[in-house]
Structures are given as C-alpha cells and as structure tokens.
Design a protein around this ligand. Structure first.
Ligand code: N15
Length: 287
C-alpha cells in the first residue's frame, strides 16, 4: 500500500488526495463473520496488494451505540506501528457501511494452529512470548493497554510472525469458547473482582497465554464460569506432569500469574528471564 504513486492516497497521510472506495478493491472469500459485519480477503486493484477488508454495518453500530468507541479504536489503531501488531492501513465508508483496510495474515488464527498441534515446543512458545512481550511493551509506551491477547485475538502471517489483532469488535469466526458465553480464562483477578486495573493486566494475560502454549489448555479452565472465577481469585495454579515442561518455563508462568498486580514480572524482566533468554529464537525476528 505504501508504494502507491500518482493520485492514489498514501494510507499514512491524514489528508489523502483521494479517499479509498469499494471500487478500488476486488473482493474474495470471507475470512470471518461477526455481529457487526464480515471480513473478506481483498486485493487493491492497482497495486495488487492483498488485504483483509472488514465491513461494519452502520445500523448495527448505531443500534449498540458504538460509533464513538469505533472512532476511538480507529484512532488508537492508526497510531500503532509494530511488526507484531496487525496494521490498520485505512478506512472508508458508504451510506450503510464502514470499511476497514486491515493487514492480511495468510496463516490465519493462532487458536486454530494451537488446536491442530495441541501444544507448542518450548522454543516456539518462548519465541512467541518474547515477540508478544515486545509488542505489548510498545503498546504500553504509547499508553495503550489491554490488547486482549488470547489465542483467538492473534493471527499468523506467511512468515509465521504473530500479529495481535483486536477482535473486540468480534467480527471473526466464533470459537467454541466464545460462543459459550465468552471466555473468562484470560481475566486477571482484579478484573474478575471489577477492581481498578492497569497495564499489568497484559502481563497476567501473557502468563495465561504462555501456559496455554505449553499445555494446550488455559490454567484455570473449569466446568462452570463460577469455578473458573474461584480458581482465578485463588490463583489455583498447577502444572500437569505431561507434557513435561522445564522448571524455567514454570518459573516464568508463576512470576506472571501473581494476584498482586504490582508484583508481576515486568515486560522487560520477561525478556531477561532465563527461559526466554535461552529458548527464544532471536534470529526469527519479531522486530
Ligand atoms: C477499529 C479497529 C481497527 C479495531 C478493531 N479491530 C479489528 O477490526 C481487528 N480485526 C482484524 N477484525 C478483524 C480482523 C481480521 C483481520 C480478521 C481476519 C484476518 C485479518 N487479517 N487476516 C485475517 C485472516 N487471515 C486468514 C487466513 C486463513 C483463515 C482466516 C484468516 N483470517
């Protein structure tokens, strides 16, 4: 998109010469469906650049009084430029719909990869956690918190790079966990108890994610929501004997899943943790 010439607007420029419109794109298969609209594979005609085009129906937005929130989300998203955060290239609208031009991640949703392979080898898990910690550190620097980093919100590109995508707008295929009244598995204690929370909720979520990468299930999974609540509030953490996981990995998880949010390992300390230092693949660049 950035290589456009002539009258085609630079997606980064606030005063675009000519705004994007639907005719600029060839539309392909649907990538996901949701309450507010769908996401389609699309290709910009001139550059042949492949994107994910998200369609949001204005009537649906209005009905749920989310116009304001969408505007804010778009503003925040437009500010974020990181290799592990899904890019928003631009947007446009017609009478009924808003279109978001989003980065296309060819390998799709991380939770599906996780479903396929059950759990990840430690080196892969450590590489993912390292990249995500760096992406979250970038967000926190920009005062953006709660990127909601569960596997359902992470995409994988052709090179295998993770892309944090915020599906707060739930325009992607629902997972079993989501259709069953939304997953609580990633909520930190302070959010379960509806207390004040800050950027350290992301550190907790990274601990949950690390556990799920290694064991294939989130640590506080239970039959009922109230049991999950109870397990989160007690930080009822245990490590199954299979798969066999290194003591260093368990140490990192234990230092993130800490009830007192001020005592959770900082993102910088995650990157310096022995398990990350020894296992994360620094050649498979995430930055
Ligand atoms: C205001 C806005 C910027 C914030 C709200 N966030 C989003 O709208 C984020 N969002 C991203 N919503 C949907 C998507 C999305 C982007 C969904 C799917 C994909 C996507 N990029 N690439 C895909 C994708 N690639 C796939 C490959 C195989 C199977 C499914 C795939 N989906």
């Amino acid at each position: 998109m950035a290589s456009h010439k002539g009258n085609v607007p630079d997606p980064r420029s606030k005063q675009a010469v000519k705004p994007w419109c639907l005719q600029d794109f060839e539309i392909g298969k649907p990538l996901g469906r949701g309450k507010f609209g769908n996401v389609y594979l699309a290709r910009e005609r001139k550059s042949k650049y492949v994107v994910a085009l998200k369609v949001i129906f204005k009537a649906q937005l209005r009905k749920h009084q989310l116009e304001h929130q969408l505007r804010r989300e778009i503003e925040i998203q437009s500010l974020l430029r990181h290799p592990n955060i899904l890019r928003l290239f631009g947007y446009f609208h017609d009478e009924e719909r808003i279109f978001l031009i989003l980065e296309y991640a060819a390998r799709g949703e991380l939770y599906k990869e996780l479903q396929r392979v059950r759990y990840l080898p430690e080196k892969r898990a450590a590489t993912y956690v390292s990249c995500l910690a760096q992406a979250l550190a970038y967000c926190h620097e920009k005062h953006v918190t709660h990127r909601d980093i569960k596997p359902e919100n992470i995409l994988v590109d052709l090179q295998g790079q993770l892309k944090i995508a915020d599906f707060g707008w739930s325009v992607h295929s629902k997972t079993k966990r989501q259709t069953m009244c939304g997953t609580l598995d990633y909520l930190p204690p302070e959010m379960v108890e509806n207390r004040l929370h800050d950027h350290t909720v992301d550190n907790w979520c990274l601990g949950i994610l690390c556990y799920e990468f290694l064991y294939g299930v989130p640590p506080f999974e239970a039959e009922s929501q109230s049991d999950t609540f109870r397990r989160i509030l007690r930080v009822d953490l245990s490590f199954p004997s299979t798969p066999a996981i290194s003591a260093e990995a368990k140490d990192l998880i234990s230092r993130l899943l800490v009830k007192d949010s001020s005592k959770r390992l900082s993102l910088q300390k995650i990157l310096e943790h022995p398990w990350i230092a020894q296992n994360a693949d620094s050649t498979s660049s995430c930055a």
